[in-house]
Design a protein around this ligand. Structure first.
Ligand code: UDP
Length: 246
């Protein structure tokens, strides 16, 4: 059973449990989808039933950010902890390097996925990055699906930004023949070295979002969704407290 956070279900898993679930998905016929909903995506799902359904149908939904963790706590159904998508991807690459599974990197601006491939291959000896494609293509462009199929990818990191990446994987995943898709937002920008991740101390304190906002101030509007979700969660909690059911 998933933990409901304002209409979006989350798997209550630790990082180790998430890794094992994803590894077993990699071993079975696909397609499987792992999603990493954040407060912005929760709000989008509230407005957009198609997106809500894609998230509900995903095989694993992990709480990437601290906003979801706080909201779940406020709702009285705490989650075990954060499972950042970038960290899950890193742990999975270690396993892929051992088992010979083939990874395809899809998304980000032209040239970024290639740079990420070079860095990731160096960081994980034995990892097979079988192909890359930038994220600026028409959604129904068949050449991307064909390329993934031709590369015989087992796993695809889909980094097209929230909604676009989940929708693309849900609609086209099966045609590619790959087993596992992870929607990872800006992960290729991080893996390529284009965007610096917050220092570990900031990550541990749960203020990675603050670091990112300082570095990329245009994100302020998106970060503002975090407190809104917490206010929403508090409202639900108070209404329940007054005897009403959700
Ligand atoms: N992106 C893309 N195709 C698009 C729009 C965005 O490949 O049509 C990429 C963008 O270059 C960036 C990532 O998707 O690398 C989105 O990053 P962001 O950190 O904004 O992710 P989110 O917060 O939406 O998960």
């Amino acid at each position: 059973m998933r933990v409901d956070v304002l209409g979006v279900g989350f798997d209550n898993v630790t990082m180790d449990e998430a890794v094992e679930r994803a590894v077993s998905m990699m071993e079975e016929e696909g397609p499987h989808l792992v999603v990493t909903p954040n407060p912005e995506m929760i709000q989008q799902a509230e407005r957009d039933p198609e997106f809500a359904e894609i998230l509900a149908q995903a095989d694993l939904a992990i709480p990437d950010g601290v906003g979801v963790i706080y909201a779940a706590k406020l709702l009285g159904t705490p989650l075990k902890g954060r499972v950042p998508g970038v960290d899950l991807a890193t742990r999975l690459m270690e396993r892929m390097a051992q088992s010979g599974k083939r990874l395809y990197l899809l998304g980000a601006k032209p040239g970024v996925a290639e740079m990420a491939a070079v860095n990731l291959s160096a960081a994980h000896p034995g990892l097979v990055v079988c192909g890359t494609h930038d994220g600026y293509f028409q959604e129904d462009d068949p050449s991307v699906v064909e390329d993934i199929r031709k590369c015989r990818a087992d796993v695809v990191f889909v980094c097209l930004g929230a909604f676009k990446q989940e929708r693309w994987a849900a609609v086209h995943g099966k045609e590619t023949g790959a087993r596992l898709f992870l929607g990872l937002g800006g992960a290729l920008d991080v893996f390529s070295g284009q965007v610096e991740r917050a220092p570990v101390m900031w990550q541990k304190l749960g203020i990675e979002w603050l670091y990112r906002t300082i570095k990329e101030p245009f994100r302020i509007k998106r970060v503002a969704k975090l407190p809104l979700v917490l206010v929403d969660a508090l409202g639900h909690r108070l209404r329940r407290g007054k005897g009403g059911k959700r």
